[in-house]
Design a protein around this ligand. Structure first.
Ligand SMILES: [Zn+2]
Length: 402
C-alpha cells in the first residue's frame, strides 16, 4: 500500500488536472491495483494489513512511465561523430559518408552478446531509475538476419534481467547495409522474407518499424515491410517525416500502423489521415534538440485533430543520446509546446496503446501495478526540472524495483 501522498491517476474519469487524488492511497495485490481513492475512505484492513507500505512523504505517485520509442541496444557510441557535427558536418552528410547508422551497425555486429547485454542493461537501468516500467526496444543495428535476431534476443533477455516490461520492434529497414548498396530489392527481400518471418516464428518481435526517409527507405519500400509484418501478426510503426515530407504520416495511417514517429515535416493532410485512422503521434524532442532541427512537428494541428500525443526518449547513439525520460518531458514542453500534463500523459496513458497495452498508463483499480513515486510538490515538476531525478520508488507488476 502507498500512503501519505497524492496520486496523479491520469484517469479521465477523475475530474481534476492529472486525474489527481490528493491525500490518496493506492493498494496493490497480485500485481494489480486493488484500490485507489482518498485516504479517509480507504478500507482500514487494506492499510493496516498491508505486507509492505511505501511512505510517499507528501510526494506524488504516477503510473510507471512508458518509453514507447528507443534504440537502446547498440555497440560503441557516436561521440566522435558528435564532435564532427559540431565542426560543421550535417547528419545527412555523415550518413552518406558511411558514418551515421552504419558506423553503429559495425560496432554492434562486432560487440559480443555479453557486451550488448551489459551496455543495454546499464542504459535500461537508467530509464528504470527515472520511473520507466515499460520500454520499447528496437533492433536496427544488425541489418542481417543473424544480427537483427540477436538484438531482439538480447532485448528479450533484458526484460527478465530488469524486471520491467520490454516490447520489441524489428527495425530491419533502418538503413541499407553496404553489401546491398546496389540491390535495394535484395535487401527488402531479406527483411520481408527472412527476418520478419523468423522473428515472428520465434516470438522475438512484437512489431515492425521502418525508416521512411531520403536516407532510409521509400514509402513503397516501407509499405512492403509493414505489410510483411502484418502478414505475420506483427503491429506496425513508422519513422515518418523526420527530415523531409515523404508523406510518411499518411502512409502510417493508411497501413494501420499504431504510430507515426518524429513528424517534424508532416503536412496537414498527414495530420488528417492520422486522426481518421487513429494513428498516434510519437514525438521525439530529444532528436530534434540533438540534431538542432528547426522545423517543429505540427503539434497544434495534431492536438486540434485529436491525435494522441506520445512522448518518448528515442534513446539512441546517433541522434538522441537521451537516457532520461524526464528530460524528454521537459524538451517536449519547451521545444514542442506541450503542457506538462500533456507530456506526462504522453509517456503513460497515451503511450501504452502504442505498444499494444491496455492494462497500464493509468492508476485505476484492475490496472497492472506499474507505479512511479516522486519527491515533488506537483506533477508538473516531472517536466520542469532539468537533470534532477526526484524518483523515490519504482514498482513493476506489484514488485518494488527501487
Ligand atoms: Zn527512432
Amino acid at each position: 500500500v502507498l500512503v501519505n501522498g497524492n496520486v496523479a491517476t491520469l484517469d479521465e474519469s477523475v475530474s481534476a488536472p492529472y486525474g489527481a487524488v490528493r491525500d490518496g492511497v493506492v493498494a496493490v495485490a497480485d500485481g494489480r491495483i486493488a484500490w485507489i481513492g482518498p485516504s479517509d475512505r480507504a478500507p482500514r484492513e487494506l492499510v493496516e494489513g498491508a505486507a509492505e507500505t511505501v511512505d510517499l512523504e507528501g510526494g506524488w505517485v504516477t503510473p510507471g512511465l512508458v518509453d514507447a520509442h528507443t534504440h537502446l541496444l547498440f555497440g560503441g557510441t557516436r561521440a566522435a561523430e558528435f564532435e564532427q557535427r559540431l565542426g560543421g558536418a550535417t547528419y545527412e552528410e555523415l550518413a552518406r559518408a558511411g558514418g551515421g547508422i552504419l558506423s553503429t551497425v559495425r560496432a554492434t555486429r562486432n560487440a559480443s552478446r555479453h557486451e550488448l547485454e551489459r551496455s543495454g542493461a546499464a542504459r535500461l537501468a537508467c530509464l528504470v531509475d527515472h520511473g520507466v516500467t515499460t520500454v520499447e526496444i528496437k533492433s536496427g543495428y544488425g541489418l542481417d538476419v543473424e544480427h537483427e535476431l540477436r538484438m531482439l534476443e538480447v532485448a528479450r533477455a533484458l526484460e527478465a534481467r530488469a524486471g520491467i516490461t520490454v516490447s520489441t520492434t524489428l527495425l530491419g529497414a533502418h538503413a541499407l547495409p553496404l553489401k546491398y548498396a546496389d540491390d535495394r530489392g535484395g535487401y527488402l527481400d531479406l527483411v520481408c522474407d527472412e527476418m520478419i518471418p523468423e522473428a515472428a516464428l520465434r516470438g522475438l518481435a512484437d512489431a515492425v518499424d521502418a525508416f521512411c526517409e531520403g536516407i532510409g527507405f521509400t514509402p513503397d519500400e516501407c509499405a512492403r515491410v509493414l505489410h510483411a509484418g502484418r502478414d505475420h501478426g506483427l503491429a506496425g510503426r513508422l519513422h515518418a517525416d523526420q527530415l523531409s515530407d515523404l508523406g510518411g504520416a499518411a502512409l502510417a495511417a493508411r497501413l494501420g500502423a499504431r504510430s507515426a514517429d518524429h513528424l517534424e515535416h508532416t503536412s496537414d493532410q498527414g495530420v488528417r489521415a492520422m486522426a481518421e485512422a487513429g494513428t498516434a503521434a510519437v514525438l521525439l524532442p530529444g532528436a530534434f534538440y540533438f540534431l538542432r532541427e528547426r522545423r517543429r512537428p505540427p503539434v497544434d494541428a495534431l492536438r486540434a485533430a485529436g491525435v494522441p500525443l506520445v512522448v518518448a526518449t528515442d534513446l539512441n547513439p546517433g541522434s538522441s543520446p537521451v537516457a532520461s525520460p524526464l528530460m524528454a518531458l521537459n524538451l517536449a514542453c519547451v521545444l514542442f509546446g506541450l503542457t506538462p500534463e500533456e507530456a506526462l500523459i504522453g509517456m503513460t496513458r497515451a503511450a501504452a496503446p502504442v505498444l499494444g497495452f491496455e492494462d497500464r498508463g493509468i492508476v485505476r483499480e484492475g490496472a497492472r501495478a506499474d507505479l512511479a513515486c516522486w519527491r515533488v510538490d506537483s506533477p508538473a515538476e516531472l517536466a520542469y526540472w532539468i537533470g534532477a531525478n526526484p524518483c523515490t520508488a519504482v514498482i513493476s507488476g506489484g514488485r518494488r524495483l527501487r
